[in-house]
Every structure is written in C-alpha cells, then in structure tokens.
Design a protein around this ligand. Structure first.
Ligand code: SF4
Length: 395
C-alpha cells in the first residue's frame, strides 16, 4: 500500500492580506523548537506506515523557503531514514520568490527535492501589492531562472484570478508572461475572501469595499461574471500553450500532473506532520494540534526518542461507507478523467447509479454531468457550478 507524506512549515515573513493558512512570523527560538519537535514527530510516528511505501512528499506552508536550507536538509534526512520513500517519489517544496535564492534551491535539490511549487499569483506588480505579497514579478523570474540553474525540471507556479483591480487584459498578460517562462505545471485558483483576514474587512459582505484599506489603494473585486470569464481565459490560454486541465484548477504539460495532489483527489491515504497538518489514515481524517505551545509540548517534550508516538487527532472523522462514496463523487469529479463506474463498483461492491442514480440523472439532463462509456464527468457547464453539483450528492 502507498501513503503520501505532507510536512507543514507554518512560517512567513508577513501575512498576505487574503491568507487564512496557518502561518505567522516566528522568532529564532520558535523556528528551532519547531524544527526539533517536527523531527521527533516524523520519527516517532513512523510505525504508523512502516509497511507502506511513500510515493510523494510535499513540504508546504506557510513559506518553507523562509527557514534556512539546513532545516529542509534535516527534515528530508529524517524522512529518508524513517520511511520507505519510493525511488521515483515526487518530492515537492513550496517556494516564495521573496525568500528563495540559488543556494537554497541547490540545497533542496541536494536533499532529494525534485519539484518546486512557486507562488507567483500575478505578473502585475500592482496586483501583487494589493494582495500584500512580498515579492514582485521580477523576483519570480529570478527564482524561476535560479531553479532551472539548480537543475529543477519540474516546476509548478500558482496563478490567481479575481484579484482586486485585475482585468481580463492584466490576467492575459500574466498568463502570457508565465507560459513564456514554461513551467511544467500551473495551479490557477480564484481569490477567496476568508473569514478573519484583512480582506474580509475590506471586501466582506458587510463592507463598503473601502474601509480597512488604510494606506493601500483599494482595488475593486471583479464581479461574478468577470470571474467566470477569467476562468475560461485561463483554461483556453493554457490549453493553447500546451497545458491540459486535469483537475478543475490544475493544468499540466503531459506527464507533469502533480502526483501528490492527485492522490488527494483519488482519496489515497496520507500522513501529515507539523502544526495543523491534516491526515487521512486507516479510514480516519483528522488534524494535528494548531497551537504552537501545545504542539511542542505534545510531540517534543513527551517523546523518549525510542518508542512509537500516538498521533494527536483533532477534528477526528471516522469515515462511514456512505462518507467514502460521497468523497469518491466530489473528489473524483474534480478530475478531468472523471469516475469510472466499474471502479466505483469494485471499491464499494454496489453500483454508483444504484446509490446516486437520481442525482446523476438530474444533472445529466441539465447538462452539468455527462455519462458516456461508463465514465461520469463534470461538463464545462458543470465546472461553473461545481460546488452546487457536489453538495447535491451529500446526504
Ligand atoms: S506567503 Fe502564503 S502562507 Fe504566507 S501569508 Fe502569504 S499566502 Fe499565506
């Protein structure tokens, strides 16, 4: 059996205005304490998957490139020492153009990392400033070129749509600049206004769109229709440039689809390490501790270095057969290849149409789903309202 590994580094130089990820600016001692604790956790939980092989490792954040490269090297050594990492495993690290340099990138390569995910978001410096990003487009180009020099031939870049003040023209220019550089993979997400972020105060429903901006010029959010047009623009322009959409928001050159992220949509199991990381193991979904002090206490102070540790399971959900079927639908439909009815039958011992026939028929008739050759897929029309379609499959 195969199980992926996710490792969370919750550090950033400064919080972007839209960000609700678990991240903050640490002092030096916090980075040291966290690193030591994380290594103990990685080692102490290895028995959980000791008979399984690991096809992918993903170091995310936060900003993993915030910390010194020696931290990443130690983490990777610990992973290799304690887990059965497959020879051809995909090993990704997220990189912020504001904190990556050639030395760090070379060190990642030396530590076994073979894929980079670089946060561009936009090639328009005004849009980057409005998002509160620390880097500009020129930093991204430098990081990208350094990454090629360091020997990375599998690079993903993040692109964002529905940014305040973004226009179809500025988005087209961002796409053109990015595709001219030629990363192997592009993730394109539209901006979400999340609870508790500065953007919620500025752009939340109760806001006038201007308050809370203080010294920053307020850009207007694109309306819903423009947001959809932006998605089509991304999809069409990336297709022209040779990137196929293999998931609603992810595009790749053939053979460069993200193995790690695909395993999430395929509902394969994975083990998460670090503050607030999520795991899916033995049919249970759960989260790690989210408070730094408690995390260091639990995994750092109680570990004797020899015996296996017990994972902390916050927000534990033991999946029922019905939960698994529902996940199969709403994760499987995210992927362009859709869901094979025969695979569903093989896994659950019953027909997809026997369980979800009414909902499938309703959306096939309305043109949101297609069922052809025993494969159920979301149509382009269905992608536009995918969340509404998915929620209809939930009990
Ligand atoms: S760099 Fe990423 S994780 Fe850090 S604050 Fe910005 S969006 Fe959040």
């Amino acid at each position: 059996m195969e199980t992926g590994i996710y490792i969370h580094l919750p550090f950033c130089h400064r919080k972007c205005l839209y960000c609700d990820f678990l991240s903050f600016k640490p002092d030096e001692k916090t980075v040291d304490d966290y690193t030591e604790t994380l290594l103990k956790e990685i080692k102490g939980l290895s028995d959980l998957i000791k008979t399984r092989r690991v096809p992918s490792v993903y170091i995310g954040g936060g900003t993993p490139s915030y910390v010194h490269q020696s931290v990443i090297k130690r983490i990777m050594e610990c992973v290799y020492e304690n887990y059965d990492i497959m020879q051809d495993a995909e090993i990704t690290i997220e990189v912020n153009p504001a904190s990556a340099d050639i030395n760090k990138l070379r060190a990642y390569k030396g530590a076994g990392v073979n894929r980079l995910s670089i946060g561009l978001q936009s090639a328009d410096n005004r849009e980057l400033r409005l998002l509160g990003r620390l880097h500009d487009y020129e930093d991204f180009v430098k990081t990208f070129e350094d990454a090629r020099l360091a020997g990375f031939n599998n690079i993903s870049a993040d692109l964002m749509t529905a940014i305040p003040s973004q226009t179809m023209e500025s988005l087209k220019s961002s796409i053109d600049k990015l595709t001219a550089l030629g990363p192997e993979h592009i993730s394109a997400y539209s901006l979400m206004i999340c609870e508790g972020t500065p953007f919620e105060k500025i752009y939340g429903e109760a806001s006038d769109g201007m308050s809370g901006m203080e010294h920053r010029p307020a850009g207007k959010l694109p309306d819903e229709d423009t947001e959809r047009q932006m998605y089509y623009l991304v999809r069409n322009e990336l297709a022209k440039a040779g990137y196929h959409r293999y998931e609603i928001s992810n595009f790749a050159r053939p053979g460069f689809e993200s193995r790690h992220n695909t395993s999430y949509w395929e509902r394969k199991e994975y083990l998460g390490f670090g503050l607030g990381s999520a795991s899916y193991l033995n049919g249970e979904r759960y989260s790690n501790i989210k408070d730094m002090k408690e995390y260091v206490e639990y995994y750092g102070k109680n570990y004797d270095g020899k015996n296996a540790m017990v994972p902390y399971k916050d927000e534990l959900m033991v999946l029922t057969q019905r939960n698994k079927m529902e996940e199969n639908i709403f994760l499987g439909l995210r992927m362009d290849r859709g869901i094979k009815l025969s695979d569903f039958h093989e896994e659950f011992g019953c027909g997809l149409m026997d369980v979800f026939g009414n909902t499938v028929s309703k959306y096939c008739e309305s043109g949101h789903l297609s069922l052809q050759g025993g494969v159920l897929r979301l149509t382009d029309k269905g992608v536009d309202v995918s969340n509404a379609v998915f929620s209809d499959f939930l009990n």
